[in-house]
Design a binder for this molecule. Structure first.
Ligand code: MG
Length: 248
């Protein structure tokens, strides 16, 4: 069931979203060669706690971290580890959420570690821009397929592919709620968006094919062909005008 948030729920989602966006900015300051993804996880945990919030991902379905940290060909759900140390030329996707007063924010960014290849740079930029292309259509009365198809079109026009097996989602009291928010689809199809819906729009974009595989740890999702992957996500609020981005 897709829920419509009340005015007071929206206030709480703004608060959770702000902490989520601020936490990502804090993490970004520490992205450099030599830091492990476990150290980044600790920075996120401490920052979220300091804001009087709780890391949404920690223990979610048993996930052991406060962030998902997915370098290079890893798409999403990488488990933070002291053995994964960033090096010059890597790209690293950080996905995280914060819960405050019972409501969640969820957002992701992909960062370059030092100087990266032209392909990596373009992948990061196209992935981010695809989000903004999609949300141009995220307004009261539009169809979810309008958003999904705009993301897909922009990504494919730039020579990359959108992951099919993982999608965005509604969000609120629960980290994952209805509806599913695919990054591919057809204009004019799907759920009719309405004022007060809160959804996480999160293009996952591969430099190669869209196929992904899950690793033996039960979490990590990697591109099947080993190509690079990037991720960009924000929690948004549907309004009668432009949507409001809650996690910038
Ligand atoms: Mg999400």
């Amino acid at each position: 069931m897709v829920t419509i948030k009340s005015r007071s729920e929206i206030e709480k989602m703004r608060a959770a979203g702000k902490i989520t966006g601020d936490a990502l900015r804090e993490i970004e300051k520490h992205i450099k060669a030599g830091i492990s993804t476990l150290e980044l996880d600790k920075i996120a945990f401490d920052f979220i706690k300091k804001q009087g919030a709780t890391p949404s991902f920690l223990h979610y379905n048993g996930f052991p971290g406060s962030i998902c940290a997915s370098p290079n060909s890893w798409v999403v759900h990488g488990i933070p580890s002291k053995n994964i140390v960033l090096k010059e030329g890597d790209i690293i996707s950080i996905d995280m959420g914060a819960q405050k007063d019972g409501y969640h924010g969820d957002a992701a960014r992909t960062y370059a570690v030092g100087k990266v290849s032209d392909e990596a740079k373009k992948l990061i930029e196209v992935t981010k821009q695809s989000f903004f292309e999609g949300i141009k259509y995220a307004t009261h009365g539009a169809k979810l397929g309008d958003v999904s198809s705009a993301i897909q079109e922009y990504v494919e026009k730039n020579g990359f592919s959108v992951v099919r097996d993982l999608v965005g989602h509604g969000i609120g009291k629960n980290l994952h709620e209805d509806p599913n928010v695919p990054n591919f689809g057809h204009k004019g199809r799907g759920l009719k968006l309405a004022q007060g819906m809160t959804i996480a729009v999160e293009p996952m974009v591969n430099a190669g094919g869209y196929e992904v595989v899950q690793l033996d740890d039960g979490w990590t999702v990697e591109t099947e062909d080993g190509s690079l992957s990037a991720h960009y996500e924000n929690t948004i609020l549907i309004t009668k005008g432009e949507c409001e981005i809650l996690t910038l």
